[in-house]
Design a binder for this molecule. Structure first.
Ligand code: AMP
Length: 487
């Protein structure tokens, strides 16, 4: 473990429906379109108005529900589901959501996308008071808090609890007679509402899940909101009014599906604009532009369009390889990139290639790509990154929580260029990134309503449990830099 706390970070997908026949089947389809948000585990809890039914397991959704009987068993007209992306080492079934808790006064199912920044403190306090946790996920904390304050009534207890947990969170809760959605005060994670033609409501991490369910987009859930859906319809309530939009910019840069619309911005269009602005900011002398499939193709097409250079397919991706990003060792991650990506020799041989990728985190992918393209005969490889250098960790639910692993935290752009072996390396600036995304509901929120802390270290919330370790890592780095200068 480094100086920073290596938390259980989860960038997941949630989907819920209330009032539809075959609610669990619909949830399955919704989760299927959200599979890119998590592949380590999946589950659904449904209710028929009396009982709650659960099925969850590790692995891809199609594996978890390989036996159709499992889905048929999940009766009722309401359901919530979850696809999980956890870091390695914590991948036990106990952490697979939705969690289901059975109390004498009724059951509650809970699904969570995000990461709490005060989870360690809260868990210790709750355990000291006698709580017994079943999992090591942050998510369970909310239920223990709700039970602690339940004598006030469920909704007041939930509101109080939502004011105690901090960080990035999009929660879905299911009781036998209602579905509840709640979003953190900065709206760091995306969450939206849709409506089916029969009047049933759907809530999902991304609009691509509304499309598959044939639901019409109603609105995004806004920071601090508590949405309650029951037999009487949809009720919009708040647990806090001290809110300010700071949606995670990595959703637009890398995570979300290109066809999703988050706060009025189509993700593909935002990425394409990032590519266009990158071309304006950093033109290169090259024969062609290629993207790194799949997440960078939109940005690469923008770069090509703006620069006037031909857009080519210089890299292809195997459809059958799982994620490389969370492999536990560098060796395995490098092997993973090779299994995932291959250079198209006949396209790149003898050419000067401009490669657009969305981000450099540890630098594994870029280094492997440069080697691959050069081995395939590329004359020059110019790396263009459609986001700024990723220097500071994310504590709100993407799997980048330790500073020690971030290449840009320890190296200048020129050093990074040498390390990855490229002929040139350039990044999109923060201001242009914000301009490219251009969130229309941002109002006067700083940074155009985005969290860009990964690039400038200015977090929209206090870091609580992470603060001490984070500051220590900054000091350690300063010491290292000074030592280098003395040498
Ligand atoms: P790295 O190889 O460590 O430099 O990571 C950068 C690559 O991983 C880029 O090609 C991104 O598309 C992808 N990426 C960026 N952030 C994440 C993340 N949080 N989880 C998984 N993949 C990511």
């Amino acid at each position: 473990m480094s100086a920073e706390i290596k938390g259980l970070n989860e960038e997941c997908g949630v989907f819920g429906v209330f009032g539809a026949t075959d609610a669990s089947q619909l949830t399955y389809y919704g989760l299927h379109t959200l599979q890119h948000r998590g592949q380590e585990g999946a589950g659904i809890v449904s209710t028929d108005g009396e009982n709650l039914y659960q099925h969850r397991d590790r692995g891809l959704l199609s594996k978890v529900f390989a036996d159709p009987a499992e889905l048929k068993r999940l009766l009722g007209k309401a359901a919530i589901g979850h696809v999980r992306y956890g870091t390695s080492g914590h991948n036990s079934i106990a952490n697979v959501q939705p969690f289901l808790f059975r109390f004498h006064d009724g059951g509650i199912a809970l699904a969570h996308n995000g990461n709490l920044t005060n989870a360690i403190t809260l868990r210790r306090e709750l355990e000291n008071e006698g709580a017994v946790f079943q999992s090591d996920s942050d998510t369970e904390i909310l239920i223990h808090l709700i039970r602690k304050y339940i004598n006030k009534g469920f909704i007041p207890a939930l509101k109080k609890s939502l004011n105690i947990v901090h960080g990035g969170f999009a929660y879905l809760l299911l009781q036998k007679d209602r579905l509840i959605a709640a979003l953190d005060p900065n709206g760091i994670r995306p969450l939206c509402i849709g409506r089916l033609t029969n009047g049933a409501y759907v809530v999902a991490s991304e609009t691509c899940a509304l499309d598959i369910a044939n639901a019409k987009f109603v609105r995004d859930v806004l920071p601090g909101e508590l949405i309650i859906i029951d037999r009487d319809g949809l009720h919009i309530d708040h647990y806090t009014t001290q809110t300010q939009l700071a949606i995670c910019s990595m959703e637009y840069i890398y995570f979300a599906r290109p066809d999703s619309i988050i706060h009025g911005v189509t993700v593909h269009n935002a990425r394409k604009r990032m590519g266009k602005l990158l071309a304006q900011e950093h033109p290169v002398d090259a024969d062609m532009v290629i993207g790194v499939p799949n997440s960078s193709l939109s940005a690469a097409s923008g770069y090509a369009e703006e620069s006037g250079l031909p857009y080519e397919m210089g890299l292809i991706k195997s459809q059958y390889v799982a994620r490389t990003f969370i492999q536990p060792t560098q060796e395995l991650r490098e092997l993973g990139v090779h299994m995932k990506l291959s250079a198209v020799r006949g396209v790149v041989r003898g050419k000067r290639v401009a490669v657009v990728d969305d981000s450099i985190v540890r630098g594994t992918t870029s280094k492997q790509i440069v080697q691959m393209l050069k081995k395939a005969g590329a004359k020059e490889v110019h790396m263009l990154i459609s986001s700024p250098p990723f220097k500071f960790p994310c504590f709100y639910g993407i799997d980048v929580s330790t500073r020690s692993e971030l290449m840009a935290a320890h190296h200048s752009v020129e050093e990074m260029r040498k390390l990855i072996g490229a002929d040139s390396l350039n990044f999109l600036s923060k201001d242009r990134l914000i301009r490219a995304i251009d969130v229309p509901d941002a109002g006067d929120a700083p940074n155009g309503g985005l969290t860009v802390a990964y690039f400038d270290g200015k977090y929209p919330t206090p870091l609580y449990d992470y603060e001490e370790g984070y500051l220590k890592s900054l000091n350690e780095q300063e010491r290292m830099v000074r030592k280098e200068q003395v040498k």
